[in-house]
Design a protein around this ligand. Structure first.
Ligand SMILES: Cc1ncc(COP(=O)(O)O)c(C=O)c1O
Length: 468
């Protein structure tokens, strides 16, 4: 229900009404309004009680119509302002934005530059909530169960530092996970007193099977295991973990445990998010964290934490929220703000709001192209690359061929050359790839929806010639 108008809003109304009202009369009206005692206080977190709704303030440009009878991938590619002299196969690292996201950032930046405080007051809360709603619609999660953050790294840090892991309890993770997971868990263990245990799930990623992965995890769940911390798509090898099968393995174990003793299933999802045509309920984990500035091609410096209601009951926020409706009220009233929510887990503070607010358009863009189409396109390009590399005697493919165990990352080694050496030689041929920052470094090429078959074939031709 709309709140009763405040003095501020009436002032705006009068100012814009064109009514012939003298300055003295105006002062009297405003003074009378300001004297009212039942007015709600202006919220110090820039929550204007008369704030406009997201629908009123957003007005993004209408999506361009898609070609009838199938996706026009030339149109999709044309949404980017990339340097087309380069073959960019690095979607897994850092996004450039499609036009609709660039325009939204520009629009908000201009508004903030014109009047930072008033633009922020009227828009911040509805636009952050609109971003959460868009993320939720994309991933099958209620907006209330979504926190916004700055990156996968910050989301993982917030999540793991908020776990209640105590002496005698452990977090189970694997040797295949990324630095961000391991370091966050190490810091949590230092502060909380629990332990982290890393296990290996396979010897050769390209030969791994779902049964082997699930079997090794099942054999390692102990009575003291409270959290399972995994990564959806490994950024070293491109192996996609069978998240649903792992969740199904955990279900009977958890059914026999007390609520606070269940194994909380947490996933660094950044390299599946924006690629795979699925949702959090379909995956079945308790938490999935992802930066929006990789495969989602969203604003740089943005990320999301998706949680289930049970998941939120197991963590405590670290950074004070400005977004939770009662954040300041609880502080001023000196009461407990209550259970952890997505809003309470969203770090407060002033930030690059033009980027935070433009998360909505990133999801809008994926909706326009279509999740199924994006998954199919990414898979087709990655499979084409994998098939060609698997046939080259001087190349060892590290990513499984099976689309059930792979997504958009294609990882490989070239005999006699370091991963960095291969990346350098590819760059000389204007191909942008990367080397995995792990103890064992593989080369990674990551085709995405903005690439063409010709891009992939050009990289294949180059790799046929790059030899040690
Ligand atoms: C598995 C994984 N998680 C997290 C990150 C870091 O992502 P962000 O830049 O969103 O913090 C990376 C880096 O690419 C990664 O490979």
């Amino acid at each position: 229900m709309r709140k009763r108008e405040t003095g501020l809003s009436r002032r705006r109304l009068l100012a814009g009404s064109g009514l012939a009202i003298g300055a003295a009369a105006m002062t009297q009206v405003v003074a009378a309004q300001d004297a009212q005692t039942d007015e709600p206080p202006t919220d110090p977190d820039f929550h204007d009680p008369d704030e406009t709704t997201a629908a009123q303030v957003q007005s993004p440009p209408a999506p361009e119509p898609m070609q009838p009878g199938g996706m026009d991938w030339t149109w999709v590619r044309g949404q980017w302002a990339l340097d087309w002299s380069l073959v960019d196969l690095s979607a897994m690292l850092f996004a450039s934005n499609p036009r609709i996201v660039r325009n939204a950032i520009d629009r908000h930046r201009q508004g903030l530059d014109a009047s930072p405080v008033t633009y922020l007051e009227s828009r911040n809360r509805p636009l952050q909530n609109a971003a959460r709603a868009a993320a939720g619609q994309y991933f099958g999660v209620a907006a209330d169960n979504i926190a916004l953050c700055e990156s996968t790294t910050s989301g993982i840090g917030l999540l793991y530092s908020g776990l209640d892991i105590r002496y005698g309890q452990e977090v189970l993770t694997t040797t295949h996970d990324y630095y961000v997971t391991h370091e966050s868990l190490r810091l949590t263990a230092l502060k909380r007193g629990g332990t982290m245990r890393k296990i290996s799930l396979f010897d050769r990623s390209e030969m791994a099977t779902t049964a082997q992965i699930v079997g090794r995890l099942a054999a390692n769940i102990r009575p003291e295991t409270r959290v399972l911390a995994l990564t959806w798509v490994h950024s070293s090898t491109g192996l996609k973990m069978p998240i649903r099968a792992i969740a199904d393995m955990l279900a009977p174990i958890n059914a026999a445990r007390l609520p606070h003793e269940k194994v909380l299933f947490c996933v660094d999802g950044v390299h599946g998010f924006g690629v795979e045509n699925t949702t959090l309920p379909e995956l079945g984990c308790d938490f999935l964290v992802a930066g929006c500035h990789k495969w989602l091609f969203g604003p740089r410096g943005t990320g999301v934490v998706f949680g289930t209601p049970y998941g939120w009951s197991r963590v405590t926020p670290t950074v004070p929220s400005f977004l939770a409706p009662n954040a300041y009220g609880a502080w001023l009233g000196n009461y407990d703000p209550g259970p952890t929510t997505g809003a309470r887990m969203t770090p407060g503070g002033f930030k690059a709001f033009e980027h935070v607010w433009a998360i909505t358009e990133a999801f809008q863009f994926h909706g326009m192209v279509g999740k199924a189409a994006i998954e199919a396109r990414t898979r087709m390009l990655a499979t084409r690359l994998k098939i060609a590399l698997a046939q080259m005697p001087h190349i060892r493919l590290r990513t499984p061929m099976d689309p059930g165990l792979s997504a958009g990352i294609v990882a490989f080694d070239v005999d006699g050359l370091s991963a960095d050496g291969v990346v350098r030689r590819l760059r000389r041929l204007n191909i942008i790839g990367s080397a995995a920052p792990y103890a064992t470094r593989h080369v990674r090429l990551t085709p995405s929806m903005r690439n063409t078959v010709e891009d992939v074939d050009y990289a294949i031709g180059a790799l046929a010639r790059i030899k040690g």
